[in-house]
Every structure is written in structure tokens, then in C-alpha cells.
Write a protein that binds this ligand. Structure first.
Ligand code: PGA
Length: 248
């Protein structure tokens, strides 16, 4: 049985005051949440969130890392630094990183490896563009994205990886994949993992992301191969986020 996981991706939205209000709001409603809940904060707020969530059920993640260990990389942040502020998780390969910052499958695979080498659990994001779906290439795209990581770290490493399937056309658009569309792709992803290792395929959490909200979360998370959600917009309000956390 895979545990439901709900992760909030705040993206570049935060202030000290907003973080305080959001975390206190989430903490006040966690008593009856059974899912594992992760909040992925922008780097400057990791320390603040770390302090606020001590001794709680909340887990902390970052939104990216640099693939190098340390050195002359102005503006970049390493796995060690993230860990130093209590993060156990890190989003890698988000479609915004791929499209806006030119991250290739190879760069994403390198980052997954660095995260694993440093005992951080990657929330490894994959997903197709609208034109790729419309031209019938969804499975080819997600296969290519996953294969790049398998080639780099091996299938057994997926014991410590969370996959997030996020159709790019559903991210921040208010257009959600239907439960059937999402389930079909999740089942495909699991079958692809199973070709390499059946046990890994069964144990790997595959989250859905893309306009998940309190209204559609239950139906999506209720699908057989959907093990939770990676939530952008709806993770910024504690009431909405908690309702999604309780949907699992
Ligand atoms: P969204 O973002 O929930 O706002 O669509 C999801 C994500 O980008 O992880």
C-alpha cells in the first residue's frame, strides 16, 4: 500500500508574514491528516519554515538545487545547503525549470543523482506539452524523461524517488487533466517502471500535478495509480491545501 503524499510547491510566492500565516494555518488543521505532507519553500524561507515545523508532521522541501557540490556558481544553491536548513525533499525537473531555464533531460538526471547522493528525496517532475499530447506523443515524452533518469541512477534508485506527473498544459491554467487522462498516464508510467523492476514499479509514488484543487483532489487521488498531488496555486491558502491533504 502506497501512502498518499501531498506536496505544496509555493514557487516564487512568499513573504515572512505570508509564510508564518500559511504554516500556522496548515499546522492547526493537521490532526486528522493521514497523508504525508511536504511544503517546498523558496530558498530564503527554508530556515523560517524549518523552525516553524519542528516536531510537527510537516516535511520540508526545496524547489531546485545546483548539480555541483560547491564553488564558483554565483546565485546557486547546493544540496548540502538545502539539507543544512532541514529540507529532506527537493523538486527537480519542474516544467518551469525545463522551459524557462533550459534544463534538459540530462541536467535533470544529474540533479536527481546529486539529490540522491546527498540523501535528499527528489520530487522528479515529468510531463508533456499540449502539442505533444495533441500529436499523440504523451507516452513517448514521459518515457524519454524517465529513461534519462533510469540511465543515470539505475532503476533501484527509484526506491528513493517520488515521481510527479504534471501535464504542462494543466499547470497554473485551471485546466485539470480528467481523472481518466491522469490515471491512464500514471498507469503507463508504472508499466514503464515495471519493465525494469516490478517491485519498484509498485512501490514508487506517482503524484499528479496541474491545477489540482480542493474540488477535484478526491477524485484524482482516488484513482488507482495516483498517489497524491504536487500542488501549486492551491498550496498558498492553508484551508485549500488542508482540504487537498485530507482528500488522500
Ligand atoms: P498548479 O501548479 O497547481 O498551480 O497548476 C502545479 C505545479 O506547478 O507544481
Amino acid at each position: 500500500m502506497r501512502q498518499t503524499i501531498v506536496a505544496g510547491n509555493w514557487k516564487m510566492n512568499a513573504s515572512k508574514e505570508a509564510v508564518n500565516t500559511l504554516i500556522m494555518g496548515i499546522l492547526s488543521g493537521m490532526a486528522d491528516v493521514k497523508s504525508k505532507v511536504i511544503v517546498c519553500a523558496p530558498y530564503p524561507y527554508l530556515s523560517q519554515v524549518e523552525a516553524l515545523i519542528t516536531h510537527s508532521q510537516l516535511h520540508l522541501g526545496a524547489q531546485d538545487l545546483n548539480a555541483n557540490v560547491s564553488g564558483a556558481f554565483t546565485g546557486e544553491v547546493s544540496a548540502d545547503m538545502i539539507k543544512d536548513f532541514g529540507a529532506q525533499y527537493v523538486i527537480i525537473g519542474h516544467s518551469e525549470r525545463r522551459s524557462l531555464y533550459g534544463e534538459t533531460d540530462d541536467v535533470v538526471a544529474q540533479k536527481v543523482q546529486v539529490a540522491l547522493d546527498n540523501d535528499l528525496t527528489p520530487l522528479f517532475c515529468i510531463g508533456e506539452l499540449l502539442e505533444e499530447r495533441e500529436s499523440g506523443n504523451t507516452e513517448a515524452v514521459v518515457s524519454r524523461q524517465i529513461q534519462a533518469v533510469i540511465d543515470r541512477v539505475g532503476i533501484k534508485a527509484f526506491k528513493n524517488i517520488i515521481v510527479a506527473y504534471e501535464p504542462v498544459w494543466a499547470i497554473g491554467t485551471g485546466v485539470t487533466a480528467t481523472p481518466q487522462q491522469a490515471q491512464d498516464t500514471h498507469a503507463f508510467i508504472r508499466s514503464m517502471l515495471a519493465k525494469h523492476d516490478g517491485d519498484i514499479a509498485q512501490s514508487t509514488p506517482i503524484l499528479y500535478g496541474g491545477s489540482m484543487n480542493p474540488t477535484n483532489a478526491e477524485e484524482l487521488i482516488g484513482c488507482e495509480d495516483i498517489d497524491g498531488g504536487l500542488i501549486g496555486g492551491a498550496s498558498l491558502k492553508s484551508e485549500d491545501f488542508l482540504r487537498i491533504c485530507k482528500a488522500g
